[in-house]
Design a binder for this molecule. Sequence first.
Ligand code: NAI
Length: 336
Amino acid sequence: SRTPVTITITGAGGQIGYALLFRIASGAMLGPDTTVRLRLLEIPQGLRAAEGAALELQDSAFPLLSHVEITDDPAVAFRGANVALLVGARPRTAGMERGDLLEANGGIFGPQGRAINEHAADDVRVVVVGNPANTNALIAAANAPDVPKDRFTALTRLDHNRALGQLAAAVETPVGDIRGITIWGNHSATQFPDVAHATAAGDPVPALLAARLGGVDAAREWLDGTFIPRVAKRGAEIIEVRGSSSVASAASATIDHVRDWVLGTGERGWTSAALWSNGEYGVAEGVISSFPVTSEGGAWKVVEGLSVDEFARPRIDASVAELVDEREAVRALGLI
Ligand code: NAI
């Protein structure tokens, strides 16, 4: 449409911001018919980098890009925001305890949640990328009491895409023919990438793995010893090989998340996103946990009725327990 959609990107002067801006402006996120207005939020020391990216956006002459505004004021950044990508966060530095990390991020996501509450559009949709993403999303949601809880999400689509990539390679099927993967729980090393319901070109993945690896037990061993840790620790592998963290793949997953949320998951079946839990699948209520989800009419919906077997149950529970711990820690700090 000709009325631009307002998209706020925090940490826009950082690495993921730089990878995101050009894909959003090209139409990859909201489609080729939607004009976009970008609001870049940075802290003062990040403003020059954001200004530089804005110069390059101008030089890219994207027909869908109507405005770019840069600010260090959350009230300005979130005014009328329809989509908010919360990328900027406080990274863990050497010697930092978890409590310090959560507190520093509470100082970012609390005020941003309040600014969203006061200034964003009624239809605002928020995705938190900055780590610890699930709990940062919880802090923002708790500080935005007038915004429905289901509008606050955290990114686990990168984990989902990583799992797709690993599985496609393992069963030698094009990635586009794999369906039915789920990331459960936290975007952390405890996450559970679940392939129990996955299919490859229509064939059940557990049976394909058993046939390739020499039985059901061997397949489980591969899942437990190779697949799950490879997906869960992929971020560290990227740093080791590339000499820098995941950036383009993180931006790409963010684009996928918002596109599917707004435009729908359609024929491709379910994906993974971290949403406010209403207790589905025995996940504690009121944490932001990753689930199998579809989207229709601009709203995520948790896929119902999947069986959870004795391999999956303790792994889901362990990751959810970590989310509950993080919630108790931010509650004790008065951040929610
Ligand atoms: P970066 O350090 O290059 O950029 C972060 C930017 O955020 C910096 O420009 C900084 O000035 C800005 N910033 C810090 N505090 C801010 C605030 N209060 N308001 C606005 N801007 C602020 O980091 P990068 O590589 O872009 O990563 C960003 C975040 O994304 C990190 O927390 C990283 O851990 C996380 N991440 C999450 C993934 C996921 O799958 N959920 C995947 C990869 C990264």
